[in-house]
Design a protein around this ligand. Structure first.
Ligand code: FMN
Length: 201
Protein backbone atom coordinates (compact mmCIF):
# COMPACT_ATOMS: atom_id res chain seq x y z
CA UNK A 1 0.00 0.00 0.00
CA UNK A 2 2.17 2.81 -1.26
CA UNK A 3 1.14 6.27 -2.45
CA UNK A 4 -1.76 6.15 -0.03
CA UNK A 5 -3.42 3.50 -2.19
CA UNK A 6 -5.74 1.07 -0.48
CA UNK A 7 -5.08 -2.65 -0.89
CA UNK A 8 -7.64 -2.97 -3.67
CA UNK A 9 -6.34 0.15 -5.37
CA UNK A 10 -2.81 -1.27 -5.33
CA UNK A 11 -3.99 -4.56 -6.87
CA UNK A 12 -5.78 -2.62 -9.59
CA UNK A 13 -2.83 -0.38 -10.17
CA UNK A 14 -0.27 -3.22 -10.43
CA UNK A 15 -2.34 -5.53 -12.63
CA UNK A 16 -1.38 -5.55 -16.26
CA UNK A 17 -1.61 -8.06 -19.09
CA UNK A 18 1.59 -10.12 -19.24
CA UNK A 19 2.43 -12.42 -22.17
CA UNK A 20 5.81 -13.79 -21.18
CA UNK A 21 6.23 -16.15 -18.24
CA UNK A 22 9.20 -17.88 -16.61
CA UNK A 23 9.07 -21.66 -16.28
CA UNK A 24 8.65 -22.10 -12.53
CA UNK A 25 7.67 -24.65 -9.94
CA UNK A 26 4.70 -23.20 -8.19
CA UNK A 27 2.70 -24.46 -5.25
CA UNK A 28 -0.74 -24.59 -6.85
CA UNK A 29 -2.45 -25.13 -3.50
CA UNK A 30 -2.36 -21.35 -3.11
CA UNK A 31 -4.67 -21.14 -6.14
CA UNK A 32 -7.38 -23.44 -4.88
CA UNK A 33 -9.84 -20.64 -4.07
CA UNK A 34 -9.35 -18.61 -7.27
CA UNK A 35 -12.13 -20.35 -9.21
CA UNK A 36 -14.78 -20.02 -6.52
CA UNK A 37 -14.08 -16.32 -5.96
CA UNK A 38 -13.83 -15.65 -9.69
CA UNK A 39 -17.46 -16.62 -10.12
CA UNK A 40 -18.51 -14.63 -7.05
CA UNK A 41 -20.15 -12.11 -9.34
CA UNK A 42 -23.54 -10.56 -9.81
CA UNK A 43 -25.33 -12.13 -12.79
CA UNK A 44 -28.37 -10.70 -14.58
CA UNK A 45 -31.48 -12.01 -12.85
CA UNK A 46 -29.17 -14.21 -10.78
CA UNK A 47 -29.08 -16.48 -13.82
CA UNK A 48 -25.70 -17.93 -12.79
CA UNK A 49 -24.76 -18.66 -16.37
CA UNK A 50 -21.05 -18.01 -15.93
CA UNK A 51 -18.87 -21.00 -15.14
CA UNK A 52 -15.15 -21.58 -14.94
CA UNK A 53 -12.75 -24.40 -15.75
CA UNK A 54 -9.48 -24.29 -13.84
CA UNK A 55 -6.57 -26.16 -15.41
CA UNK A 56 -3.49 -26.95 -13.30
CA UNK A 57 -2.27 -30.12 -15.02
CA UNK A 58 1.01 -29.44 -16.82
CA UNK A 59 0.29 -31.80 -19.71
CA UNK A 60 -3.09 -30.22 -20.30
CA UNK A 61 -1.52 -26.75 -20.20
CA UNK A 62 1.00 -27.93 -22.82
CA UNK A 63 -1.80 -29.35 -24.99
CA UNK A 64 -3.70 -26.08 -24.72
CA UNK A 65 -0.63 -24.06 -25.71
CA UNK A 66 -0.43 -26.24 -28.84
CA UNK A 67 -4.08 -25.61 -29.66
CA UNK A 68 -3.37 -21.87 -29.40
CA UNK A 69 -0.39 -22.31 -31.79
CA UNK A 70 2.15 -21.01 -29.32
CA UNK A 71 4.96 -22.53 -31.35
CA UNK A 72 4.19 -20.14 -34.21
CA UNK A 73 5.02 -17.26 -31.85
CA UNK A 74 8.10 -18.76 -30.21
CA UNK A 75 9.50 -19.54 -33.68
CA UNK A 76 9.22 -15.82 -34.38
CA UNK A 77 11.38 -15.16 -31.32
CA UNK A 78 8.57 -14.37 -28.86
CA UNK A 79 8.78 -15.74 -25.31
CA UNK A 80 6.73 -18.75 -24.21
CA UNK A 81 3.55 -17.65 -22.55
CA UNK A 82 0.69 -20.15 -22.36
CA UNK A 83 2.96 -23.20 -21.97
CA UNK A 84 4.77 -21.59 -19.02
CA UNK A 85 1.53 -20.74 -17.21
CA UNK A 86 1.12 -22.26 -13.77
CA UNK A 87 -2.63 -22.35 -14.32
CA UNK A 88 -5.21 -21.51 -16.95
CA UNK A 89 -8.78 -20.43 -16.28
CA UNK A 90 -11.49 -20.65 -18.91
CA UNK A 91 -14.54 -18.46 -18.44
CA UNK A 92 -17.43 -20.26 -20.11
CA UNK A 93 -20.91 -18.92 -20.78
CA UNK A 94 -24.12 -20.85 -20.51
CA UNK A 95 -26.38 -18.46 -22.41
CA UNK A 96 -29.32 -20.82 -22.00
CA UNK A 97 -29.23 -20.26 -18.24
CA UNK A 98 -30.18 -16.62 -18.90
CA UNK A 99 -33.03 -17.49 -21.29
CA UNK A 100 -34.32 -20.10 -18.87
CA UNK A 101 -34.21 -17.68 -15.95
CA UNK A 102 -35.93 -14.91 -17.92
CA UNK A 103 -38.71 -17.24 -18.97
CA UNK A 104 -39.71 -17.75 -15.32
CA UNK A 105 -42.93 -16.23 -14.00
CA UNK A 106 -41.37 -13.39 -12.01
CA UNK A 107 -39.66 -12.17 -15.20
CA UNK A 108 -42.85 -12.21 -17.31
CA UNK A 109 -42.77 -8.40 -17.60
CA UNK A 110 -39.05 -8.18 -18.31
CA UNK A 111 -37.74 -7.73 -21.82
CA UNK A 112 -37.13 -11.08 -23.46
CA UNK A 113 -33.49 -12.00 -22.97
CA UNK A 114 -33.19 -12.71 -26.71
CA UNK A 115 -33.91 -9.00 -27.31
CA UNK A 116 -31.50 -7.46 -24.83
CA UNK A 117 -29.68 -4.47 -26.25
CA UNK A 118 -26.75 -5.42 -24.04
CA UNK A 119 -26.28 -9.21 -23.81
CA UNK A 120 -25.73 -9.43 -20.08
CA UNK A 121 -23.89 -12.76 -20.22
CA UNK A 122 -20.91 -10.86 -21.66
CA UNK A 123 -21.14 -8.26 -18.89
CA UNK A 124 -21.12 -10.98 -16.25
CA UNK A 125 -18.27 -12.84 -17.93
CA UNK A 126 -16.16 -9.67 -17.91
CA UNK A 127 -16.77 -9.26 -14.21
CA UNK A 128 -15.53 -12.82 -13.65
CA UNK A 129 -12.44 -12.16 -15.78
CA UNK A 130 -11.52 -9.16 -13.67
CA UNK A 131 -12.10 -11.03 -10.39
CA UNK A 132 -9.77 -13.76 -11.60
CA UNK A 133 -7.02 -11.33 -12.59
CA UNK A 134 -7.18 -9.49 -9.26
CA UNK A 135 -7.16 -12.75 -7.30
CA UNK A 136 -4.03 -13.77 -9.22
CA UNK A 137 -2.46 -10.38 -8.59
CA UNK A 138 -3.11 -10.97 -4.90
CA UNK A 139 -1.11 -14.23 -5.20
CA UNK A 140 1.70 -12.18 -6.79
CA UNK A 141 1.12 -13.84 -10.14
CA UNK A 142 0.76 -12.06 -13.44
CA UNK A 143 -2.17 -12.69 -15.70
CA UNK A 144 -2.97 -12.50 -19.37
CA UNK A 145 -6.04 -12.95 -21.48
CA UNK A 146 -6.46 -14.88 -24.69
CA UNK A 147 -9.57 -14.89 -26.83
CA UNK A 148 -10.38 -17.76 -29.14
CA UNK A 149 -10.83 -15.73 -32.30
CA UNK A 150 -7.71 -17.34 -33.88
CA UNK A 151 -8.15 -20.77 -32.35
CA UNK A 152 -10.17 -23.77 -33.37
CA UNK A 153 -12.89 -23.62 -30.72
CA UNK A 154 -14.00 -27.17 -31.29
CA UNK A 155 -10.55 -28.48 -30.40
CA UNK A 156 -10.68 -26.68 -27.03
CA UNK A 157 -14.21 -27.96 -26.37
CA UNK A 158 -13.02 -31.47 -27.14
CA UNK A 159 -9.93 -31.29 -24.95
CA UNK A 160 -11.81 -29.91 -21.94
CA UNK A 161 -15.13 -31.74 -22.49
CA UNK A 162 -17.00 -28.43 -22.73
CA UNK A 163 -20.60 -28.93 -23.92
CA UNK A 164 -21.35 -27.55 -27.39
CA UNK A 165 -23.99 -25.12 -26.14
CA UNK A 166 -21.48 -23.30 -23.92
CA UNK A 167 -19.43 -20.43 -25.34
CA UNK A 168 -15.84 -20.07 -24.19
CA UNK A 169 -15.49 -16.35 -23.50
CA UNK A 170 -11.73 -16.59 -23.16
CA UNK A 171 -8.79 -17.94 -21.27
CA UNK A 172 -6.96 -16.28 -18.41
CA UNK A 173 -3.34 -17.24 -18.07
CA UNK A 174 -1.49 -17.14 -14.73
CA UNK A 175 2.26 -17.05 -14.43
CA UNK A 176 5.44 -15.43 -13.21
CA UNK A 177 6.49 -12.54 -15.40
CA UNK A 178 9.68 -13.17 -17.33
CA UNK A 179 11.11 -9.72 -17.00
CA UNK A 180 9.61 -6.43 -16.04
CA UNK A 181 9.00 -4.44 -19.19
CA UNK A 182 7.91 -0.85 -19.01
CA UNK A 183 4.18 -0.59 -19.60
CA UNK A 184 3.64 -0.48 -23.36
CA UNK A 185 0.58 1.70 -22.87
CA UNK A 186 2.93 4.58 -21.97
CA UNK A 187 3.67 4.86 -25.71
CA UNK A 188 0.02 5.28 -26.45
CA UNK A 189 -1.70 8.59 -26.80
CA UNK A 190 -3.67 9.61 -23.72
CA UNK A 191 -7.37 9.04 -24.11
CA UNK A 192 -10.09 10.75 -22.17
CA UNK A 193 -12.06 8.04 -20.41
CA UNK A 194 -13.44 9.76 -17.34
CA UNK A 195 -16.24 12.28 -17.50
CA UNK A 196 -17.21 14.52 -14.66
CA UNK A 197 -20.91 14.89 -14.05
CA UNK A 198 -21.63 15.00 -17.83
CA UNK A 199 -20.03 13.57 -20.96
CA UNK A 200 -17.42 15.95 -22.25
CA UNK A 201 -14.98 15.86 -25.19
C1 FMN B 1 -11.87 -8.79 -23.71
C2 FMN B 1 -10.38 -8.79 -23.94
C3 FMN B 1 -9.84 -9.54 -24.96
C4 FMN B 1 -8.48 -9.60 -25.14
N1 FMN B 1 -7.97 -10.47 -26.07
C5 FMN B 1 -6.66 -10.67 -26.11
C6 FMN B 1 -6.12 -11.70 -26.92
O1 FMN B 1 -6.83 -12.47 -27.55
N2 FMN B 1 -4.78 -11.85 -26.96
C7 FMN B 1 -3.95 -11.05 -26.23
O2 FMN B 1 -2.74 -11.25 -26.30
N3 FMN B 1 -4.43 -10.06 -25.44
C8 FMN B 1 -5.75 -9.87 -25.35
N4 FMN B 1 -6.26 -8.90 -24.51
C9 FMN B 1 -5.35 -7.98 -23.78
C10 FMN B 1 -5.35 -6.58 -24.39
O3 FMN B 1 -4.94 -6.66 -25.73
C11 FMN B 1 -4.36 -5.61 -23.71
O4 FMN B 1 -3.18 -6.25 -23.44
C12 FMN B 1 -4.86 -4.97 -22.46
O5 FMN B 1 -6.03 -4.24 -22.70
C13 FMN B 1 -3.78 -4.05 -21.87
O6 FMN B 1 -4.19 -3.58 -20.62
P1 FMN B 1 -3.31 -3.60 -19.30
O7 FMN B 1 -1.86 -3.41 -19.70
O8 FMN B 1 -3.86 -2.48 -18.48
O9 FMN B 1 -3.54 -4.90 -18.64
C14 FMN B 1 -7.63 -8.82 -24.33
C15 FMN B 1 -8.17 -8.03 -23.31
C16 FMN B 1 -9.53 -8.04 -23.09
C17 FMN B 1 -10.06 -7.23 -21.95
Amino acid sequence: MNNGDSYLESLLSNRKIVRSYKKVNFDKKTLNKIASYTIKIPTAGFSRGIEIIQVFNENTIKDISNLFNERKYTEQGKDPWISHSVALFFIILNENAYHKRYSEDDKAKAINSNDWDVPYWFVDAGAAMMNCMLLLEEQELSSGFMGLHNTNRKSVHNLLDIPEDYLIMGMITAGVENEVNPKSSSKLQKKKLIHNEKFSK
